[in-house]
Design a protein around this ligand. Structure first.
Ligand code: SF4
Length: 81
């Protein structure tokens, strides 16, 4: 599957390299290197990396970066008690 990282957006947080080390790697402190043709078996890791990127810099075929995100934000929190 193909993926693209918008390196103008990327802030070098390395979340992706942590979650999908076979696809992303940090080179030095802030530059990211990645495999633009990630193997299909990396799909799940890639999906996590896409979701985890704090600046949504990663776009991958067949994965929607805005789709399923389960952030634990306080938005809409209803007081359980
Ligand atoms: S998680 Fe996002 S900001 Fe961080 S290195 Fe990867 S692409 Fe860049």
């Amino acid at each position: 599957m193909r993926l693209v990282v918008d390196l103008n957006k990327c802030q070098g947080y390395a979340q992706c390299a942590f979650l999908a080390p076979d696809v992303f790697a940090m080179h030095g402190e802030e530059s990211l290197i990645y495999n633009p043709h990630a193997p299909e078996e990396q799909r799940e890791r890639l999906a996590r990396a896409v979701a985890a990127c704090p600046v949504q810099a990663i776009t991958a075929d067949g994965l929607d970066s805005t789709g399923e995100r389960h952030t634990g934000s306080a938005q809409g929190a209803s007081d359980a008690r």
